[in-house]
Design a binder for this molecule. Structure first.
Ligand code: COA
Length: 163
C-alpha cells in the first residue's frame, strides 16, 4: 500500500491546497493530510478549526484521506506512520529553493521516503494562506480562493475582530 502525506499549516485551507490534495490522492492508496502543530507562524485558526475545515471540504472518509496532526520533525512522523512519500506543492520558482532544501533534509533524516512535487494549477499559483487572510481581513472577496466553508469561517473571524 502506497501511503502519501501532505503536510502544512493550512491556516486556512485554500483552493490551492485542495487541488494538491485531490491530485495527491490519485497517486497513493492512502493520503494523510497532516497539520503541523509546531509551526513557528502565528496562526489565525486553532488546530481544531483547521482540522474541521479540511474534514468538511475533503469528505475525507469517503475519499481515503486521513487528517492528522504532528509535532516535531515531519520525517520522524513519516517513519512512525510508514509513509512512502511526502507531497509538496510548487507554486512558482520562488518556492523551489526552500522546498529543495527541506526535501534534501528530509531525505537525510529518512532516506527511504521520497518527496514528490506537484506544480500548482496556474490559477492557484499566487495564493497563499497569508494573502487570503489579508484580503479577507479587509472584507475583500476570497470566494474564488477558498472553499465556501472556509470563506464563512474567515467572515466570522474578521467580523468578530472588527465589532
Ligand atoms: N496552494 C496554495 N497555497 C499554498 C500551496 C498551494 N498548493 N502550497 C503552499 N501554500 C502556501 C501555504 O498556505 C503557506 O502560506 P503562508 O505562508 O501564507 O501561511 C505557504 O504557501 C508556505 O507553505 P508551506 O511551505 O507548506 O508551509 P507551511 O507552514 O504550510 O508548512 C511544514 C510547512 C509544516 C510542512 C514544515 O515546516 C514542516 O515539515 N515542519 C515540521 C518540522 C520539520 O520537519 N521541518 C523540516 C526539516 S528541516
Amino acid at each position: 500500500m502506497r501511503i502519501g502525506i501532505y503536510p502544512g499549516s493550512f491556516d486556512p485551507l485554500t483552493n490551492g491546497h485542495l487541488d494538491i490534495i485531490e491530485r495527491a490522492r490519485r497517486i497513493c492508496d492512502h493520503l494523510l493530510v497532516a497539520v503541523a502543530r509546531n509551526s513557528a507562524k502565528k496562526s489565525l485558526f486553532s488546530i481544531d478549526e483547521r482540522l474541521e475545515m479540511i474534514e468538511r471540504c475533503c469528505l475525507c472518509e469517503r475519499n481515503g484521506i486521513e487528517i492528522v496532526t504532528f509535532e516535531g520533525l515531519l520525517a520522524e512522523y513519516c517513519k512512525k506512520r510508514s509513509v512512502n512519500f511526502i507531497v509538496r506543492g510548487l507554486r512558482a520558482i520562488v518556492d523551489f529553493e526552500y522546498e529543495y532544501a527541506i526535501a534534501l533534509m528530509n531525505k537525510k533524516l529518512a532516506p527511504d521516503i521520497e518527496t514528490v512535487f506537484m506544480m500548482s494549477k496556474g490559477e492557484f499559483s499566487f495564493i497563499s494562506s497569508n494573502i487570503v487572510k489579508e484580503v479577507a481581513s479587509y472584507g475583500g472577496d476570497v470566494s474564488t480562493l477558498v472553499p465556501q466553508f472556509v470563506q464563512q469561517k474567515l467572515r466570522e473571524r474578521f467580523s468578530a475582530v472588527v465589532v
